[in-house]
Structure formats: C-alpha cells, structure tokens
Design a protein. Structure first.
Length: 342
C-alpha cells in the first residue's frame, strides 16, 4: 500500500516537470517559426529588389547595346580619319617640297628681276608677251601655295575631328563601364544579403528540424547556392507557376535533391524544354526543367544518389534567361519547394 502511494506521489511530482519541458519546447518551436518567417520575409524583399535590378539590367543591356554600336561606328570613323590624315600628310609633304622649290627660285630671281625683264622689252608687244609669262609664273606659284594651304587646313581639320571622335568614344566607354559597375554593385549587394539570409534560414531549419511541417527541409538544394526566386504559386496569366526559379549561367551543375529513380526524361519545346523527373520515397518526386538534351547525363530508370549531378542549367523552352525551374510533387500534386529544401 505504501509503495503504491509513493508511486502515485512520484508520478504527480513529475507532471509539472514534464509540463514545463513541453511548454518550453512549444515556445522554442514558436520562436523558431517566427524567426524563420522573419528571415523568409526579408529574403522575399531582397528577392523582389533583385528582380527589379534584373529588369533594370535588361534595360541597361539594351542601352549598352546602343552605346556599343555608337562606339563601333566611332571606331570605323576613327579608322577612316586616320587613313585621310595619312594621305593628306603625304600630299602636304609633297606640296611642301614644291613650294620650297618655288620659294627658293623666287629668292634667287626676286620680283625685281621679273619687272626688269619686262621693262627691257624691245616693243610693246614683247612687253605684253613677257608680262603674260610673268603672270603665268606668278599664278603657278600662287596655285602651289594655295594648294599647300588647302592641304594643310584639311589635315588640321582631320586631326581635330579625330581628337573629337576619340573624346566622344572615351566618354561612351566611361559611361558604359559606369553602368556595368553600378548594376554589378547593386546585384552584389543584394546577393550578399541573400547569402546571409539563406545561411540563417539553413541554420533555423537545422535547429528546428521537423518542427515546421511540410517536409522540414529534407531535400538538398538542386544547384549551386545563390539567388532563388521563390515564385511558387505565381499567377502567370495562362498558368499558375508550379515551382521555383534558380537563375544560373548555362552549364551550372544540377544535382538530384534526394536519392531516387529517374522516372522520365521528356521534351516540351514550348514550355519546360527538356526536363527530368526523379521519383523518391514517401510519395515525393522532383522535376528539373529548361535543359538541353545534351546536358542531361542520366537515363530513364537509372537510380541516382542525393547530390549527384544529373544535368546542367540551360535556357530551353519558354525561358527568359538561363535558369533551373525546380518543382516538388507530393503524391502527384505540386507543393511549395520552399518547405522541402534545406
């Protein structure tokens, strides 16, 4: 009887302890969920800013295309001016020699000699003949001098034009470089923020694994770490977006998010391009899209391991830029990958 009473007393004494531990656990999980929600809200804001910058980048690339066209045109104009300068320099040098010879002769036979020659004419008709000869000689010398001046002025104008073109080109190059630096700086800023937020998110998922539901981050990330557009459920007008987009350069590795069997490799030219479906346990399957066929390095029916490379990022199908479209399906229906990814 005494033993029974002691047992009952012991059980009742442990109830408050167990209750306290349970309350603390619930509080910890609630706190963890709140932290995770805050981190994800911040990530969403950063991703929204990244999307705006990506849009700005597209517009900037168009503007840079125009600038590069102008620079190319200036290259051609500069090349043409350099040819003209070289040709005009030859003409100037040639006429300079001729003019020097004329000036030397004028120095040897000064204008007084010409006048004396005319005045010593035996008749008026001879005077007129000698006058005409002198006039023609003077005209020839004047023509040589004028041609020299024209060539000299043309050469100087070409050189001024060349300097102006080079200055314009330098300004365009500077403007182009500044725009690229500005965009890259903005992208780097938000990429750093996203990297930090993703690290916080991973730590929270690991710390509170299994407490958040929806898979608890059981799948590995399917590509290299970086920017993610968490746009699952987005209304695209013609359809609801069934996955997330992971923008990466063409050729970036794509990894199996979990061990499983390659269910199929399919082609959808007007949508997913080439895409792969992997079947996992627990009713889960994952889909990887927008590859080219040559990039897929696994076959249908093949068993793959978690983290194994199965393909590379492409830009095939209905795609506005190189990226991996990634979906998670539970019992055949798409679910939000965010809850399942680590």
């Amino acid at each position: 009887m005494i033993k029974k009473l002691l047992s009952i007393l012991l059980i009742f004494s442990l109830i408050p302890v167990a209750w306290g531990v349970g309350v603390q656990q619930v509080k910890a999980e609630t706190s963890g969920k709140k932290q995770l929600e805050d981190v994800r809200d911040q990530k969403k804001q950063s991703e929204t800013e990244m999307e705006k910058i990506e849009d700005l980048k597209v517009e900037t690339q168009k503007e840079l295309g125009k600038i590069e066209t102008d620079i190319t045109n200036l290259d051609k104009q500069i090349a043409e001016l350099n040819k003209k300068i070289a040709a005009n320099q030859k003409h100037v040098d040639k006429h300079e020699k001729v003019l020097s010879e004329h000036l030397r002769r004028m120095y040897v036979h000064d204008s007084g000699t010409y006048l004396s020659h005319m005045l010593n004419s035996d008749s008026f008709s001879q005077f007129l003949e000698r006058f005409e000869i002198v006039r023609l000689l003077m005209k020839e010398q004047a023509d040589v001098f004028n041609k020299y001046l024209d060539m000299k002025h043309s050469l100087e104008k070409n050189k001024k034009d060349l300097e102006a073109k080079k200055k314009a080109q330098a300004e365009l190059l500077k403007k182009s470089e500044a725009k690229v630096k500005e965009i890259n700086a903005k992208l780097a800023k938000y990429k750093d923020q996203l990297d930090q937020l993703e690290a916080k998110e991973r730590n929270l998922l690991q710390k509170y694994a299994g407490a958040f539901g929806g898979g608890g981050g059981i799948l590995a990330f399917p590509s290299t770490r970086g920017t993610v557009y968490w746009n699952y459920g987005q209304n695209r007008g013609s359809h609801i977006h069934a996955g997330i987009d992971i923008p990466r350069p063409v050729g970036t590795p794509i990894f199996a998010a979990e061990s499983g069997v390659v269910q199929s490799i399919r082609s959808d030219p007007n949508g997913y391009g080439i895409y792969v479906i992997i079947r996992h346990n627990n009713g889960l399957s994952t889909l990887y899209a927008h590859m080219y066929r040559y990039q897929v390095i696994v076959g249908a029916g093949q068993r793959v391991s978690r983290g194994q490379q199965i393909a590379s990022v492409g830009n095939n199908g209905r795609s506005s830029g190189p990226h991996l479209h990634f979906e998670v399906h539970k019992n055949g229906s798409p679910v939000n990958p965010r809850s399942y990814l680590q």
